[in-house]
Write a protein that binds this ligand. Structure first.
Ligand code: IVH
Length: 666
C-alpha cells in the first residue's frame, strides 16, 4: 500500500474510532492503540505534506499559533428563546401555537444545555467553519478550537447530507472535567470558574487551540439549518444528523399532547441530576418545519419554540450572622450563617454572599429572611431578601475593613469586586494554605503531611512558614496529640526526601501567584537558578517565551518582598534544589529561540519525535508545514517532493541532520 493510501485509510479508521468513543461511548480499541494509529498518521502526513487535509483527525490536537479571532457574519441570525418558568406559561405557549396554526401539530421536547452556543457549517460533508453566537448577527470564528472537540465530526459519515448546511448546538464542559480544571486552577492560585458554562465559553475563546484540546469539551447539536434538509420534521432531521456522526441527545421526545410535554418536563427535572453535564431547562419546538415557517419570528426569538427553565431550588431562611473566610490567595469571602434549611436533598447552614457589592445591593440586616439557591454552582448562594418578612430591623451588615484573621487592613484592587488581605507572609489561613500547596504531589510531594497535620503544626507554633518544615525533629513532634513516634519519624523523613525534588518543582511549590507547574518549568529552564530569577527584571521575564506581563508582575513582586527573599535563603541553606541539574542545563538552551522549524524525511541519529523534543528543549518551535515564516527545514532522507519545492520557492534554508546537531552543539 502506498503512503497516500495508508493516510486515507488511517484517517477513515480514526474518524470512526473517534465517533465510537466520543459520540457513542462505545470504544472498540484501547487508548494506546488509538494513539499509535494517530502517531502513524501524524508521521505520514509530515512526510507527505501534499496530502494536507484540514479535516484530518490529526487536526484535533490543536496548534499554539496565536491569532485574534476573525469576526464572521451569521448566514442566519442566531436568535435566543423566550423563557418560561411555570407550566402555566408553557400552556399559554401551547395555546398560542394551536391558535396560530389551527391544525394538528407535534412538539419536540429537548434538554436545554447549559453551555455556550456554536454554529457549525459543513460543506461537502466537511466541517469548514465554527462560529460563536456573538451578538447574534456576527460571532467569532473559533474553528481551530472546535476542531479539537472530539465529539464534533470533522468529516461526516454515511450519505444524504446536503452539500452545504449549518448545524447549531451547545459546547459544554462536563461536571468532572470542570471540577478537575478548577482544582488545577486553585493549585496555581488562578481565579476559579464559577460554573461549567463560564468554563466552556472561556475555553472556547482561548487563543491557543492546543490548550483547548486538553480541556475536555463536549458538544451536543440541536438545530439544523439549510436549503435542502433531509426531512420535513425537526426531530427527523436530528435523527439524520445522528447518523452522519453528530452527538444528539437521546433525551429528545416528540409529543402529541401537552400532557406528554408535562410528563417529559417532570421526568427530566429528576433525571437531569444524573447527567454528567449541566442543564437548566427544557426546550419545546414545533416539529414541522412548514409549521415553524408559518408561525415565524418576533424580533428576538422564534414563535415556534420556547424554553422552560427548571426552578433553581430555592429556600427561604434566616440570616443569623455573616462571617468572613480568607483563602490561600488572601481573597476574603463573606459567608452567611443561616438557620439550617433543606435544599435539594442536603441541609444548608452556610451560603456564599459573594462580595461587598452584593451585601450592599440587598441592604442586608442580621435577622433578615434570605433566599438560598443551589444553582449550577457547587456552593449555595444567597440570591435575595424577602423584605416583607422583615418585622424587626437587625444590625446592618457592613463588609469588614480588616482581615478577620490577622487584622491587616483589607485592600480592593480597582475594577475588582473582591477584597484581599495583603499580608501574604503572616496571615494564618494564607500561610496554612501555602504550606498545603507546598507539600502537594506536583510540588514537594511530602505525603506524610496533610492538612490536619499542618493545622496542628501551625497551632502549636512549630511551623510558621514553609522553611520551618525543614527544621523539624521527631522529638519536637512526639508530644503532639495523636502523634506516635512512628508518624513523627515519617513526617521528618518525608520532609528530608523532598530535598531531591528538582528546581522547577521547588519553584512551583513556592506558590507564587500564576506560577503553575508549566510556568515554573519555563522559568527554571530560562533562568537556570534562583539567583538569576530573583534578580531578573520585568523586561527579562517577559522576554521568555510564554511569560506574559501578568506573570512577570507577580514574580517580581514576590521576590521584591524581603521576607520572601529570606525564606528562599533559608530553604537554600536547608539544601533544597535551586538550580537546574547539570544534565538538564546541558540539554537545554535557547539556541533555537524564535525559530520555526519544519521536520521532514527519515533520520538516522534520532527519531522524528526525538528531534521534536530537541527543538523544543533548545527554545525552537516545531511547525507542520512550510511557509514564509519557516526558519529552516530539518531534512532527512526522502524529504517530501512538494515540501522541497515549496521550500525552494519560499527560499527556506534546508539543514541536514549533521548540520543541525552541530548547530545545537552536538
Ligand atoms: S434552539 C431559534 N435548543 O439556549 C432557536 N437552544 O436562549 C435556537 N440552548 O442560545 C436555539 N439547549 O445556546 C435550542 N436544545 C436546545 C438548547 C438551546 C440550550 C441555548 C442556546 C440558545 C439559548 C436560547
Amino acid at each position: 500500500m502506498s503512503a497516500q493510501e495508508r493516510i486515507l485509510e488511517l484517517r477513515k479508521e480514526l474518524h470512526e474510532h473517534n465517533h465510537r468513543y466520543y459520540v457513542q461511548n462505545m470504544p472498540v480499541i484501547s487508548d494506546f492503540e488509538f494513539d499509535a494509529l494517530l502517531r502513524e498518521l501524524q508521521d505520514l502526513e509530515a512526510a507527505n505534506p501534499d496530502m494536507f487535509d484540514p479535516s484530518s483527525p490529526t487536526m484535533r490536537v490543536g496548534s499554539d499559533i496565536t491569532k485574534e479571532f476573525k469576526q464572521v457574519a451569521h448566514k442566519y441570525p442566531m436568535l435566543s428563546l423566550g423563557n418560561t418558568y411555570s407550566k402555566e406559561e408553557v400552556r399559554e405557549f401551547y395555546d398560542r401555537v394551536m391558535r396560530g396554526l389551527n391544525e394538528d401539530f407535534e412538539i419536540c421536547c429537548e434538554l436545554k444545555f447549559d453551555g455556550t452556543s456554536i454554529s457549525l457549517t459543513y460543506t461537502d460533508g466537511k466541517l469548514v467553519r465554527a462560529v460563536t453566537r456573538g451578538d447574534g448577527e456576527k460571532g467569532d470564528d473559533v474553528t481551530a478550537n472546535v476542531k479539537t472537540i472530539r465529539s464534533v465530526p470533522l468529516v461526516l459519515s454515511g450519505d444524504g447530507y446536503p452539500t452545504e448546511f449549518e448545524i447549531r448546538g451547545e459546547v459544554l464542559m462536563p461536571w468532572d472535567v470542570f471540577e478537575r480544571l478548577n482544582s488545577e486552577r486553585a493549585a496555581n492560585g488562578e481565579q476559579l470558574f464559577a460554573n461549567p458554562r463560564n468554563a466552556a465559553s472561556g475555553t472556547l475563546k482561548l487563543q491557543d487551540s492546543s490548550v483547548v484540546a486538553k480541556r475536555g469539551l463536549d458538544a451536543y447539536l440541536y438545530f439544523m439549518l439549510g436549503e435542502q434538509l433531509p426531512a420535513e420534521g425537526h426531530y427527523e432531521n436530528l435523527q439524520c444528523a445522528s447518523e452522519w456522526g453528530f452527538k444528539i441527545s437521546s433525551y429528545t421526545r416528540k409529543c402529541k399532547t401537552i400532557e406528554e410535554v408535562f410528563e417529559f418536563i417532570d421526568t427530566m427535572d429528576v433525571e437531569r441530576r444524573n447527567l454528567p453535564f449541566a442543564t437548566d431547562g427544557i426546550v419545546l419546538k414545533v416539529n414541522s418545519l412548514r409549521q415553524q415557517k408559518n408561525l415565524g419570528y418576533t424580533a428576538k426569538s422564534p414563535r415556534w419554540a420556547i424554553a422552560y427553565k427548571f426552578q433553581a431550588e430555592r429556600a427561604l431562611t434566616r440570616l443569623n450572622e455573616v462571617s468572613y473566610q480568607v483563602g490561600r490567595t488572601g481573597v476574603v469571602t463573606p459567608v452567611a450563617n443561616l438557620d439550617p434549611v433543606q435544599l435539594s436533598g442536603t441541609v444548608v447552614k452556610r451560603a456564599s454572599l459573594h462580595n461587598a457589592d452584593i451585601i450592599e445591593k440587598f441592604d442586608l440586616h442580621i435577622g433578615d429572611m434570605v433566599y438560598v439557591e443551589k444553582g449550577g454552582e457547587i456552593i449555595p448562594k444567597i440570591t435575595g431578601v424577602d423584605l416583607d418578612a422583615r418585622f424587626m430591623l437587625g444590625e446592618k451588615v457592613n463588609f469588614i475593613a480588616k482581615c478577620p484573621e490577622c487584622g491587616t487592613p483589607l485592600v480592593r484592587n480597582e475594577g475588582e469586586a473582591a477584597h484581599y488581605c495583603p499580608n501574604d507572609t503572616s496571615c494564618p489561613p494564607q500561610i496554612k494554605g501555602k504550606i498545603e500547596h507546598f507539600v502537594t504531589r506536583d510540588a514537594m510531594n511530602i505525603d506524610s503531611i496533610g492538612p490536619e497535620t499542618i493545622e496542628m503544626l501551625y497551632n502549636y507554633g512549630l511551623v510558621k512558614n514553609i522553611a520551618d518544615l525543614y527544621s523539624l525533629y521527631p522529638e519536637d513532634l512526639m508530644f503532639l496529640p495523636r502523634m506516635g513516634a512512628k508518624s513523627a519519624e515519617n513526617i521528618v523523613a518525608g520532609v528530608k526526601t523532598s530535598l531531591q525534588v528538582p528546581f522547577e518543582r521547588v519553584l512551583f511549590a513556592l506558590g507564587i501567584r500564576f506560577v503553575g507547574a508549566t510556568v515554573a518549568k519555563r522559568l527554571a529552564r530560562a533562568f537556570k537558578n534562583i539567583d538569576n530569577l530573583m534578580n531578573a527584571t520585568f523586561e527579562e521575564l517577559v522576554a521568555v517565551d510564554e511569560i506574559g506581563e501578568r506573570i512577570a508582575t507577580t514574580v517580581t513582586a514576590f521576590f521584591a518582598n524581603e521576607s520572601n527573599r529570606e525564606l528562599v535563603a533559608r530553604l537554600k541553606e536547608y539544601g533544597l534544589c535551586f538550580e537546574v541539574s547539570e544534565e538538564e542545563a546541558l540539554l537545554h538552551s535557547d539556541i533555537l529561540k524564535g525559530q520555526s522549524i519544519v521536520i521532514s524525511g527519515v533520520f538516522t541519529h534520532h527519531s522524528r519525535d526525538e528531534y521534536k523534543e530537541i527543538i523544543e528543549k533548545n527554545g525552537g518551535k516545531n511547525v507542520g508545514s512550510v511557509s514564509k515564516s519557516t526558519s529552516f527545514i530539518l531534512a532527512g532522507d526522502n524529504m517530501g517532493p512538494s515540501k522541497l519545492e515549496k521550500a525552494q520557492k519560499q527560499g527556506v534554508r534546508i539543514v541536514n541532520e549533521e548540520e543541525f546537531l552541530a548547530m545545537i552543539g552536538g
